[in-house]
Design a protein around this ligand. Structure first.
Ligand SMILES: CC(C)(CO)C(=O)C(=O)O
Length: 360
């Protein structure tokens, strides 16, 4: 019976864990599965208040599955992952180093508890997590695979709803195909690829909309109705593509549409945007980016690893500071202490246009 652990069972982590169970336990299941969700007190409380049941809604709403806690464990204790063959890391990118140290110590204290091989799959936003986990854990019996979740999840109580379409992409390696099979049976298709770095940068470009969404403070669909907010997203993506290409970093789309089309799509006038958008991605009216959800929960965001990564790459390659993304980093950092400023498109666009240089 495979044991899959989720370390950082927030919106995405608990959703993926619950979908694995929905597709792989009970009547007609091909394999039996044990899932351990390591999360915060709020998850434990929500599951208890819901009679030990987790509910998941897939994007089209065609499936609402209930999984009972005789199939899973929810806990705050990382030690519960000692015998997990596969550990999905879904903590915020700012916590990667901390959990890597916890896992390193756990594995050192329980060698062999999960058999000859452990696999860690990073399901986090950003491009550096798998490397950090690999470097800190530094154990030849532990494979660390990069991964990327290309959809959004909104969490309320013990209810987890997938609110945009998209798959999971995972770097090939030990147990990647087992995870892929389990997840696909649970209704989340997994694409396994030998190297996913270019795809991770592609996902990062999609994630640049998180900052605009967080500053607007409204659901993604409402955000996309404002041409100024759409233009702000387009500007940040154009600028990022420019920085990454000048730095020689390849970019590949993690979904079916071309990543280079994305800023053009966001620059379309309302009437065209409304026609084209549904062909690119399905979005539920409740969808809010993880960055806005973080601001609403009073947490620090992943801004440094998203728009901040573009600023970092520019600096590393001695390029001019990317004004739009640097400004978004500054504004989101201010919002982390004050809450979302709930800007409209015109307000945000005016801040994203550099002041004209003084004439001598
Ligand atoms: C909404 C989505 C899918 C893309 O920005 C996301 O990854 C997030 O919320 O972090």
């Amino acid at each position: 019976m495979p044991h899959v652990g989720v370390l950082g069972a927030g919106a995405v982590g608990a959703y993926v864990g619950a979908r694995l169970l929905a597709g792989n336990v009970g009547e007609g299941a091909v394999s039996d599965l044990k899932v351990t969700l390591v999360g915060r007190e709020s998850l434990l409380d929500a599951v208890e208040a819901n009679g030990g049941v987790l509910v998941t809604h897939t994007i089209a709403g065609e499936r609402a599955d209930h999984v009972q806690d005789d199939h899973f464990v929810v806990t705050k204790d990382v030690g519960a992952l000692a015998d997990a063959e596969i550990i999905l890391v879904a903590v915020k990118a700012s916590h990667t180093e901390g959990v890597a140290k916890q896992l390193r110590d756990l594995f050192a204290a329980s060698p062999g508890a999960a058999g000859p091989q452990r696999t860690i799959i990073s399901l986090q936003n950003g491009v550096t997590n798998a490397r950090i986990l690999r470097e800190i854990i530094n154990d030849e019996k532990v494979a660390v695979l990069a991964g990327s979740v290309v959809f959004n999840v909104v969490w309320a109580g013990a209810d987890f709803s997938q609110t945009t379409s998209g798959d999971i992409v995972v770097q090939d390696g030990p147990q990647a195909s087992l995870f892929g099979r389990l997840s696909t049976r649970g209704g989340i298709p997994v694409v396994v690829q030998p190297d996913i770095t270019a795809l991770q940068y592609g996902k990062l470009l999609i994630n640049l909309n998180n900052a605009v969404n967080a500053l607007a403070g409204i659901p993604i669909l409402d955000c996309f109705k404002d041409p100024g907010l759409r233009r702000s997203i387009a500007l940040s993506i154009y600028e990022a593509i420019d920085v990454l290409s000048r730095a020689g970093i390849p970019i590949k789309s993690p979904n079916k549409s071309s990543i280079y089309m994305l800023p053009r799509l966001f620059s379309l006038p309302d009437c065209l945007f409304r026609i084209v958008m549904p062909f690119v991605i399905k979005i539920h009216p409740k969808a809010k980016t993880s960055m806005l959800q973080d601001l609403e929960r009073g947490r620090t965001t992943e801004i440094d690893l998203l728009n901040g990564e573009i600023v970092r790459v520019a600096k590393e390659h001695n390029l001019e500071e990317p004004f739009v993304n640097a400004t978004l980093v500054r504004l989101v950092k201010e919002a982390e202490s004050r809450g979302s400023p709930k800007m409209d498109g015109e307000q945000l666009l005016s801040l994203l246009s550099p002041a004209p240089k003084a004439k001598h």
